[in-house]
Every structure is written in C-alpha cells, then in structure tokens.
Design a protein around this ligand. Structure first.
Ligand SMILES: Nc1nc2c(ncn2[C@@H]2O[C@H](COP(=O)(O)OP(=O)(O)OP(=O)(O)O)[C@@H](O)[C@H]2O)c(=O)[nH]1
Length: 492
C-alpha cells in the first residue's frame, strides 16, 4: 500500500493520512524503516510502503494471554552481570603540591607512611566497585514463568568507579560494589544452561543460584615522572610503567549467560481426572484458591495451587506446616501423546506425593474414565502409578450417580493389587526396569488408599475426603522415613 509522507529532517516523516503513532513504515527513499512518532510539517515528499502495521509486542502479548498454558512453565532468558567499576590514575603528593619543595624530607616521609599498606608493604590503592552478580531465586509468591516471555533480558548494574582524581590521599575509597540483581522465579523451577547442563533445581522457597558473576573492579595506578619510577615500583606494584598499563584501570566485564527456566510445579497433592470431573471445584472447596470453574472442558489451562491448612502435623515437604494441592488441567485419552492440552502437564505430577483422582460419577462410564486417566499416567511414567492415591467419586447429587454408587466404589476399589505399603519394593524402580514396568497392567499397581463419594458442589463428603487426604499424606511421610529421603525421591 502506498502512502505519501512528508519527511522534515533527519528521517522524520509526516503522513498525509492519519495513522496510529508507533506504526512502522518502510521508506524506499530512505532505505530504512520509519517509526511514526510525531506529526511534523513541510519539505520533501517520499513514498513509503507499510511493512508492519501492528505492534509486534501487542501481538505477542495477545498470544501469551490466549495460550498461556503453552508458555507458563518454560522460558529462556539472558542475563548479564554488571561490569566492574573503573580505577583511577593517581599521583603522589610530592609531584603536585607546589609547596612540596619547602617540605622537609621527614615530613614527606611521614606523609607517605600514612597511606594504607598491604602485608608486603606496598601501597593499597582504591579499586573500582564489583559489578552486580545475577542471582535467580525461588519465590513462593510466584506460580508461573509467563512474565519472562514479556521480559527475557536482564542487565545488572555496574560497579561504581573510584571517585577520586589527582593526588593520592588517605580518604580515598573503593568504588561502590553494585548489589546483586535477584530474579524471582516460582518454587520448583529448574535452571539450565541453554542446551546444557542443569545448574540448579530451586525446589524450596529461598533456594538460589548465582548464574552470572559481576566483573571485578579495575585497579588504580600511580603515575609519576620517569626518574621516580624505579623507586616507586619498589614501593607499590600499582606504579604505572607506561601508558599501556592504563588498561588495568578498566573494570572487567560482567558475565553474560542464556538460561532455560523449566517449572515443575511443587505440590504435596496432585489432582487428576478427565476434563469437567470437578477438580477445580475440589480445590476451591478445600483451599482458599479461586480456580476457574465452568461446565465446559479445559477450563483449567494452568495448574492452580491451593493450600490445605489446619494440620501442621502433616509436615509438608516444602511449605512449613501446610500441604499444597495442585489442580492440573484435565487429561484425555492420548494426553501422553500430546492430545488435549498434551503431556506438558503430566510432568507437573512429578513432584507430588499423593494423587487424588477425581471421577465424575454421573458420567456415562465412570470406571472407564478412571481407567483412562490411570492408563495415561502409566503411559507417561509408570512410577506415577506407584504413588499413593485416593479416588473421589464426585457428583453423587445426580440421581444416576447415586444409584450406582456402591457398585462403582466396589469396582474401583478392586482395580489394583496389594496395598501401597506392601509395595515398597515396587517403589525401588531403577531406570532399567522402566520399560518393563510399562508392560504391567493397571491391576499390577497398588489399589487406591480409599474411594470417597462426594458432591463437591454441595459440600457433601468434604470431611471424609479431607480425612483420607491427610491419612494419605501421613502415609507418604512414613514412607519417606521408611525409605529415607533418597529412595523416596524416586517417587518424585
Ligand atoms: N452436579 C454437580 N456438578 C458439579 C459438582 N462438582 C462440580 N460440578 C460441576 O462440574 C463442572 C466442572 O467442574 P470443574 O471443577 O471446572 O471441573 P474440572 O475437572 O476442573 O474441569 P477442567 O478444568 O476442564 O479440567 C462445573 O460446572 C461444576 O459446577 C458436583 O458435585 N455436582
């Protein structure tokens, strides 16, 4: 599309036609893109072609909002630590002080000895401030990495220069060191080098990792006439021998690194089930979390976290006295192959201790639904089936659900083998056994710890469910004691 533009000077243009400020145009006349910032008048007319009529950042943000579930748990960022501050070129008092001629030799000597000295006797001169380090730390208040898609480059402050010039004196100070740049990420974030090794797993609140070190400050140098150089070199290692030494004044550059952030939700209890089973309703009824609840599938697009209060004895792994609960987006058949919202969410079960299967008892075939979810978990990672779990048969307020409740409870309770506590040997799954475990049937894995009937919408069965969840969590704690934290980690 051709537009007539009126450039005024230095590439600024005015459009004859009204266009939004900030639009970007390509000007063949100027052979460059022009951003429309002001409306100006007069002079030449050139023809420009629109290359981009919409602001790219707004498009990016819109897609982030729409498909947040694709981005919330993964981000690439680049961080640059601060450069070190510069040192300074200094001179000895005798060189600049005009009255020095009148000073006695003794006085000069006294002046000289008042300066700070190193253990080897050489003068200590001020140095530039250390550049800011970059630290990534786990912050309990965050729950997604989405904001790193809007801002993915972080530059830390440089250290202060030596605030001095001219004659050396005893009041001189080092340049101010820049405070570390601390970047908060959600608890459970794994920090990796770009396509490289894992740097840290920030699994607990307050865990941190220094990812880029700030530059060292430059040193200060003593400048003096050539005739004094020999004597001064003996007194201080910082005596400047020739102008090329000035490079030592410069602060070192800070490190720059690109890191990958991968969030693995950390929660004690993971809620799983088909879409619409009532997982979000369960989370909202047991905790203060406010997940989106609606009667269409995939209302939940990102894991929602809530906390179970009131039982400090639970001793949750990461959160002082409370247990955390994560409502994961609904799974569908083929989720492990990427169907529905895909397999991304399955990895968020990795750091849960207890699973709660929420089953819609009013669905066509609740047992089949339950099996579908178990099967998806098995296909993704058979270790998930070794984890203690309870089943919540929801929506028993619906007549059909209520009528077949007993048979449902019986049928679901019978799927599986020995009790969880007997399966401590099964838990010790080595990688080599992984494939073998994939061949096991659902019946070969432990039965649920309990099957609870509930109508979450009407707050029926909540107490019993809570009791079973607590009992399950205690069992996990016992398990950790029994196997030791290392073995219990194979469950995570
Ligand atoms: N009749 C009845 N409806 C319920 C009950 N619990 C939840 N629902 C309804 O079921 C629908 C789905 O509930 P959600 O809690 O959003 O289900 P979800 O499993 O989180 O769904 P996704 O976000 O798709 O994974 C909502 O309309 C709820 O009001 C219940 O006990 N009885």
């Amino acid at each position: 599309m051709a537009f007539t533009l009126y450039p005024v000077s230095l590439g600024l243009v005015q459009l004859r036609k009204e266009v939004p400020l900030g639009s970007l145009y390509y000007s063949p006349a100027l052979s460059s893109s022009i951003s429309v910032r002001k409306r100006l008048s007069k002079t030449l007319v050139i023809t420009c072609r629109i290359t981009k009529s919409r602001d790219s950042t707004s498009i990016k943000q819109a897609s982030l909002m729409k498909e947040a579930h694709k981005y919330f748990d993964h981000a690439m960022i680049t961080v640059r630590a601060g450069d070190g501050g510069h040192g300074a070129v200094l001179t000895m008092p005798s060189q600049t002080d005009s009255s020095s001629k009148s000073q006695t030799k003794d006085k000069k000597k006294k002046n000289f000895t008042s300066f700070k000295r190193d253990s080897d006797g050489s003068l200590i001169l001020p140095i530039g401030g250390h550049g800011s380090d970059v630290i990534i730390y786990a912050d309990e208040t965050l729950d997604s990495l989405l904001e790193f898609h809007n801002k993915n480059r972080f530059c830390a402050k440089r250290g202060g220069n030596v605030d001095a010039m001219g004659t050396i004196n005893s009041q001189m100070r080092d340049g101010i060191a820049a405070p570390a740049l601390r970047i908060p990420v959600p608890v459970g974030t794994v920090v990796k080098r770009k396509k490289g090794k894992v740097l840290a797993d920030l699994a607990s609140p307050g865990d941190e990792i220094l990812v880029a070190r700030g530059g060292q400050g430059g040193i200060s140098l003593l400048e003096m006439p050539e005739r004094q150089r020999k004597r001064m070199t003996a007194l201080s290692t910082n005596a400047m021998r020739d102008p090329s030494d000035k490079v030592l004044l410069l602060g070192q550059p800070g490190e720059e690194i690109s890191v990958e952030l991968i969030l693995r939700v950390v929660a004690d209890v993971g809620l799983v089930g088909l879409p619409n089973a009532g997982k979000s309703t369960l989370l909202a009824s047991l905790t203060l979390a406010k997940p989106d609840i609606a009667d269409y599938p995939f209302t939940t697009l990102m894991p929602n976290l809530g906390r179970l209060n009131g039982d400090p004895a639970l001793g949750a792994l990461q959160f002082s006295s409370e247990a955390t609960m994560a409502d994961l987006p609904g799974l569908i058949e083929g989720a492990h192959l990427g169907k529905g919202l895909g397999r991304n969410f399955l990895r968020h079960l990795r750091r849960t201790r207890l699973l709660v299967h929420v089953v819609d008892a009013a669905a066509m075939d609740p047992v089949k639904d339950y099996r579908t979810v178990r099967e998806e978990l098995r296909m993704y990672n058979p270790n998930y089936l070794e984890r203690p779990y309870i089943v919540v048969l929801n929506k028993i307020d619906v007549t059909e659900a209520y009528e077949r409740l007993q048979s449902l409870i019986q049928e679901i309770s019978s799927i599986g083998c020995s009790e969880y506590t007997d399966s401590s040997e099964d838990v010790r799954i080595e990688n080599s056994e992984y494939e073998e475990n994939k061949e096991k049937e659902l019946e070969d894995y432990p039965r649920p710890l309990a099957v609870v009937a509930a109508s979450l919408l009407n707050r029926v069965g909540i107490d019993e469910m809570l009791k079973e969840i607590r009992a399950g969590l205690r069992k996990c704690t016992d398990m950790t004691k029994l196997l030791g934290p290392e073995m219990a980690l194979t469950l995570q």
